[in-house]
Design a protein around this ligand. Structure first.
Ligand SMILES: C=CC1=C(C)c2cc3[nH]c(cc4nc(cc5[nH]c(cc1n2)c(C)c5CCC(=O)O)C(CCC(=O)O)=C4C)c(C)c3C=C
Ligand SMILES: [Fe+2]
Ligand SMILES: [Fe+2]
Length: 371
């Protein structure tokens, strides 16, 4: 009797932030409500969060954001979703039949529930979850992890679940972004290169800092090692710090692009509310660069893997206006990874590397079927 070994398939769940179903105010309000009622995004107690989101944000922010989404929308829909589906298809093709790739959005559609249902009851031994955020933040990757766990815990058979925490330091990620940017640096001269990351309330960084040293720039403590910026190096004590991961991303990209320290600046965009967010703020940085006489700036948005409101509209249009009003002459946004083949190759590398983390014992446990 011949015996055949069946390697169980691996599920790959890729999850991005999400976007409204359409760019009209009611759909944008639905999206903002789901997004901002997440206690990892607006991390204040439930009642004040409920009042804020259903009051000011639903009344004033939703119609304002809807206008922005109308500028962003294409005939096929919102870019973050269009690229999401393209990436799902291309990654499936790249990985082949031993994997099932499924796309979910943390907020709105296709929901994480729908994406996980596509992986349910398929006899999967393992699911690799890749939140599509290069740097870890509780508000993004942390929230995806929480949502997946909430849903999967109800399954009768819970497979191995492996979460990818961050991927800013994968050489394939750095290479993909750098190659897209190089195109611009070869075409023209730039006075400065800006790396603008999505911001976070400083409070959220402090909550994840077990050393008590982060954001205390001048404090004498063993973690600063004489540096002015506590996140200027990545060590075991701050490995999960979003801010430290953003600075590390800039260093890796600057190295790949052969840029010197004084040619690049890291800054943080999209502040919401009055609390202090990560500094320097992108808007302030842009004004300072223009005041210093920088006329031509190239802007990367390496916290995003697909073009979206935060890149195309905020960096590509709004910050361009700020720069030009302050005396700048040429502002260029580097487009995101979108469905670039280098990005698909990067995702494939992330999947294969994490699939290999599967202990040897699992390989030898592959189901043996007697025929
Ligand atoms: C890089 C990842 C992101 C982090 C970190 C993040 C934190 C964060 N965001 C808000 C509030 C808003 N973000 C909005 C849009 C938006 N945010 C991200 C990514 C991160 N957010 C993306 C990819 C997008 C764009 C989605 C799209 O449809 O194109 C918005 C909505 C747009 C608007 O009204 O301006 C809000 C609001 C907070 C409060 C936060 C951290 C605490
Ligand atoms: Fe955001
Ligand atoms: Fe820090």
């Amino acid at each position: 009797m011949a015996s055949t070994t069946h390697q169980p398939k691996t599920g790959v769940l890729i999850v991005n932030l999400g976007t409204p179903d359409n760019p009209k105010t009611p759909a944008v309000r639905r999206y903002l409500r789901e997004f901002l009622m997440d206690g990892r995004v607006i991390d204040i107690p439930y009642i004040p969060r409920f009042l804020l989101v259903n009051g000011i944000i639903s009344t004033f922010r939703a119609p304002k954001s809807a206008k922005e989404y109308q500028k962003l929308w294409t005939e096929e829909g919102s870019p973050i979703k269009i690229y999401g589906f393209e990436v799902e298809k291309l990654l499936q093709e790249a990985l082949g039949d031993n994997f099932i790739v499924s796309l979910g959005m943390r907020y709105q559609n296709p929901s994480v529930q729908v994406a996980l249902d596509r992986l349910k009851n398929k006899g999967l031994e393992r699911i690799i979850v890749i939140p599509l955020f290069p740097q870890y933040a509780s508000a993004t990757s942390g929230s995806v992890h929480q949502k997946v766990m909430e849903l999967v815990k109800k399954w009768q058979i819970v497979p191995d679940i492996h979460f990818v925490q961050s991927f800013f330091d994968y050489p394939e990620f750095v290479h993909a972004f750098a190659e897209i940017g190089k195109k611009y640096l070869k075409e023209a001269e730039y006075d400065h290169v800006l790396f603008s990351y999505h911001g976070l309330p400083e409070r959220q960084i402090r909550k994840g800092d077990h050393t008590g040293s982060c954001l205390k720039e001048a404090a004498a403590n063993p973690y600063l090692e004489g540096q002015a910026n506590c996140c200027a190096t990545l060590h075991s004590h701050n490995r999960g710090c979003y801010r430290a991961q953003c600075f590390a991303t800039t260093r890796l990209l600057a190295q790949a692009l052969e840029l010197k320290d004084d040619q690049v600046t890291t800054c943080f965009q999209s502040r919401l509310g009055r609390d202090p967010w990560l500094k320097p703020y992108t808007e302030d940085t842009i004004k300072e660069l223009a005041q210093k006489g920088k006329k031509r700036v190239l802007a990367f948005s390496p916290a995003f893997v697909a073009d979206c409101l935060e890149t195309t509209i905020e960096v590509g249009e709004e910050y361009k206006e700020v720069f030009e009003e302050a005396g700048g002459e040429h502002w260029q946004l580097v487009e995101s990874l979108n469905s670039n083949p280098l990005w698909i190759g990067c995702l494939k590398a992330i999947v294969l590397q994490n699939a290999q983390l599967q202990p040897k014992v699992l390989e030898s446990r592959s189901t043996t079927v007697e025929e």
